[in-house]
Design a protein around this ligand. Structure first.
Ligand code: VGL
Ligand code: ZN
Length: 193
């Protein structure tokens, strides 16, 4: 792997997994391939980042307040925790997003580190120019994150075996992959790392 690469794991949280408040069909299927990716990046001494949906109790993102989603990933609740089998290293950089009650935000590039640094600023200070991305959900946060990263000039590889989608409309995930590919994203797999 390139020395300017990092792994970005998007929203592998209990509420997006089976039995969660907004579960992605087979959302937990991504955990095992992501653990393999984590090992590869650790072996290479490369940074590992994990974003999380981190909503306030009251937000326009939720159906009850005008949005399209049932309440999910409310900060500091069990549903917002990372999946218990995801083996995030102690020094993984956590990016929290969706904290603004006034708007939806799907892209991890809207998120900040614990110190309040935007993802883009963090990547810049660390000299990270390539992101390998996996997690949930293909047709929302993955799509938004990858497209924004590409617009910001990062090289982005999507790990196809480590993503899963919501598919509110059948085919949303397949269409998301096509948009990502057309936008310059590279489609690969964990075993190609
Ligand atoms: C997401 C729906 C609502 C996601 C977040 O992480 O893909 N999807 N909030
Ligand atoms: Zn959300």
């Amino acid at each position: 792997m390139e020395r300017d690469a990092a792994l970005l794991i998007v929203d592998v949280q209990n509420d997006f997994c089976p039995k969660g408040a907004l579960h992605v069909p087979e959302g937990d299927r991504v955990v095992e391939p992501l653990n393999r990716a984590i090992r590869r990046f650790q072996e290479e001494g490369l940074p590992i980042l994990a974003s999380r949906d981190w909503h306030p109790t009251v937000t326009r993102h939720f159906q009850e307040y005008g949005g399209i989603w049932p309440a999910h990933c409310v900060r500091d609740t069990p549903g917002a925790l990372f999946h218990p089998d995801l083996r995030l290293p102690w020094d993984a950089v956590i990016i929290s997003k969706g904290t603004d009650p006034e708007r939806d935000s799907y892209s991890a590039f809207d998120g900040t580190t614990a110190e309040g640094m935007l993802l883009e600023e963090f990547l810049e200070t660390q000299g990270v120019h390539r992101l390998y991305v996996g997690g949930l959900a293909t047709d929302y946060c993955i799509k938004a994150t990858v497209l924004e990263g590409l617009l910001l000039g990062r090289k982005i590889t999507l790990l196809l075996d480590a993503v899963a989608g919501v598919d509110l409309e059948p085919g949303d995930s397949v269409r998301a992959l096509e948009v990502i590919r057309q936008g310059g994203g590279i489609l690969s797999r964990v075993d190609e790392l």
